[in-house]
Design a protein around this ligand. Structure first.
Ligand SMILES: NC(=O)C1=CN([C@@H]2O[C@H](COP(=O)(O)OP(=O)(O)OC[C@H]3O[C@@H](n4cnc5c(N)ncnc54)[C@H](OP(=O)(O)O)[C@@H]3O)[C@@H](O)[C@H]2O)C=CC1
Ligand SMILES: CC(=O)N[C@@H](CCC(=O)OP(=O)(O)O)C(=O)O
Length: 310
């Protein structure tokens, strides 16, 4: 049986990578609009209502408009934008987050694809909050190093023209991923979050440093490792590096998982030390966007979760 899928925003950075992952799959029939019709409201309305699933790879306002154009109750929507990440009635598209999240996604008609930075932060913290090792009131700090494709077509053009400069941004401490980071990590306050965009195309490293001594029960490093490693055991796309692998990783390149849907976690620190640095490495356009969207699509269409993904 073939499944009709429409990617609204197919010509953009995220959309293009989703198309590349889907067009090789015989069980998926892509509904496509010609270049002169891809922003035409009536053409989009028709495509949005004719699909079994649609993936929105649009700016927030256009994503909201697309959802409003859908009248067919059978259409499943996966929104890659920030528009619905903490909205009522939308399932958060991070299947590995908790035990029941995968089933929530399978049953949902409205799925929000997580933000790239948020994916790393939540992956590192939610299992610890869930088990009470990280209390919800704990003041958190996170940084991120992202490839420039995270800024879409405009930022790609800036860096590829040679004009792009590495920089910290979101300096007002109001990054658009803060609400989803707080909500889905299970925290009472948002983290202080400082991202850096660097001169490589695709990849992301999120870091969450922790003073273990300041946590209520002062857990040691092996406790943190064991919780994360048990939480992600058996996951096809999220892996916690063994202590030996982490000890050997004296530096990490931002683009080391480029073109995959993998997310690799390191728990850095000394076994008997009282500080830790939790690190998540992945592709901002893989597990941080397009790969994650395809994983969610597979779930919502009842297909093999790993189909078409590395
Ligand atoms: N890049 C990334 O790493 C990530 C991006 N996202 C999110 O995914 C969404 C898309 O981002 P990204 O792919 O980077 O952005 P791009 O700017 O690369 O692509 C956006 C696409 O949407 C098209 N578009 C804009 N308005 C409309 C409209 N009204 N109707 C139809 N098409 C429209 C644009 O057309 P045109 O080509 O004419 O400009 C463009 O092709 C955003 O919400 C972004 O926040 C999420 C996670 C990661
Ligand atoms: C380099 C850069 O600008 N990156 C974007 C994140 C892209 C992304 O994942 O966020 P959305 O899905 O929420 O758009 C940013 O930090 O705002």
């Amino acid at each position: 049986m073939s499944h009709k899928v429409f990617i609204d925003g197919e010509a953009g950075t995220t959309g293009l990578q989703i198309r590349e992952r889907l067009e090789k799959r015989p069980e998926i029939e892509l509904i496509r609009l010609s270049d002169d019709r891809r922003k035409d409201t009536e053409a989009r309305r028709e495509a949005l209502n004719a699909a079994d699933a649609v993936i929105l790879c649009l700016p927030d306002e256009a994503a909201k408009e697309a959802v409003a154009l859908i009248e067919n109750p059978d259409v499943a929507v996966i929104d890659a934008s920030t528009a619905h990440r903490v909205a009522e009635g939308w399932a958060y598209g991070f299947p590995e987050m908790t035990e029941d999240q995968r089933d929530l996604i399978r049953a949902a008609k409205r799925i929000s694809n997580p933000g790239c930075h948020a994916t790393g932060f939540i992956a590192l913290t939610r299992p610890l909050v869930e088990l009470g090792v990280l209390p919800p009131f704990f003041p958190m700090v996170a940084t991120s190093l992202t490839g420039y494709s995270g800024g879409g077509k405009a930022m790609i053009a800036e860096f590829e023209s040679g004009q792009g400069r590495e920089r910290i941004y979101a300096t007002g401490l109001t990054h658009k991923h803060l609400p989803e980071m707080q909500l889905y990590a299970g925290l009472e306050t948002a983290p202080i979050f400082s991202p850096t965009v660097a001169n490589f195309a695709q990849g992301l490293i999120v870091e969450v440093p922790l003073h273990l001594w300041a946590l209520p029960d002062a857990p040691d490093l092996p406790t943190i490792y064991n919780i994360l490693s048990a939480h992600y055991a058996g996951e096809p796309f999220v892996r916690v590096a063994s202590p030996e692998e982490t000890a050997a990783a004296t530096s990490i390149n931002g683009d080391s998982l480029r073109d995959t849907n993998q997310l690799l976690i390191h728990v850095f620190g000394q076994e008997d030390g009282d500080t830790a640095n939790l690190v998540a490495v992945f592709d901002n356009l893989g597990k941080g966007a397009s790969g994650a969207a395809v994983q969610n699509l597979n779930l919502v269409l009842g297909l093999e979760e790993t189909a078409g993904l590395l």
